[in-house]
Design a protein around this ligand. Structure first.
Ligand SMILES: [Zn+2]
Length: 231
């Protein structure tokens, strides 16, 4: 095991053992290095990696607010890792689409009709109605709408997975627009499908909401000509 991995292992043990929790602070670099018998460079490397993983926020300066704080941002690392692996073609877009259908239809079926996240989802739909013709802005709001719906199911792991897929979804959706015969027509259809999905959840019809969201996700993919013969 390399020395920075020793430091990471120590921090992980402290987290699982409950000695360290979100909001807590790591010992100062020097004392951690002495305690574990490793160099300060190794401590710094471990902290840089954990920072990229969304587990700590490295401190700056000195004083009571300095020091490295434990945070919990599971989407930070997963999101950029997933986007990069989609870019390397190791995560095919068709598999991202299937995963969305799996997560989002599950979430739509379980979302509570009075979940506060649905208010946010509704605001995002209004924003999409008043958005300009820009495709990027539309797709950014679109993915945020889907994340809000998934959040309404109240499962922290599903929410983290959806949040992690955000960049991958926005990336493939933007690429596929080039294959669409008429973006304006597609955008109008997507907008009305969003309203129907939200309406079904609000009416307590989770089964219908799940079917609608699956058809919505697959429909866009198929319309772009890439989904044929798949699913
Ligand atoms: Zn959508």
């Amino acid at each position: 095991m390399r020395t920075h991995q020793l430091v990471m292992q120590w921090i992980e043990d402290q987290l699982s053992g409950g000695q360290l929790a979100v909001g807590g602070r790591l010992p100062a670099e020097r004392s951690l290095a002495e305690q574990l018998g490793v160099s300060r460079t190794s401590v710094r490397e471990a902290i840089r990696i954990l920072e990229a993983m969304g587990v700590v926020r490295a401190g700056v300066g000195s004083g009571p607010e300095a020091g490295t704080v434990v945070i919990s941002d599971p989407t930070a690392a997963l999101g950029s890792a997933l986007r990069l692996h989609v870019a390397t073609q190791h995560l095919p877009v068709s598999d991202v689409v299937e995963t969305r259908v799996l997560l989002e239809s599950w979430a739509a079926a379980r979302a509570k009709p009075d979940a506060p996240e649905l208010l946010h989802a509704s605001e995002l739909l209004d924003d999409m109605d008043s958005a300009g013709p820009g495709v990027d802005e539309f797709l950014a709001l679109d993915v945020r709408f889907h994340i809000a719906l998934a959040d309404a199911a109240g499962n922290a792991v599903v929410s983290a997975m959806m949040g992690s897929l955000r960049e991958a979804i926005q990336g493939y959706a933007a690429k596929l627009t080039a294959n669409l015969p008429d973006w304006d027509a597609t955008a109008a259809r997507l907008r009305s499908e969003h309203r129907e999905i939200l309406e079904a959840i609000r009416n307590g019809d989770g089964g219908r909401a799940a079917e609608l969201v699956a058809a919505h996700i697959e429909g866009y993919y198929k319309e772009s000509g890439l989904g044929r013969g798949h699913g």
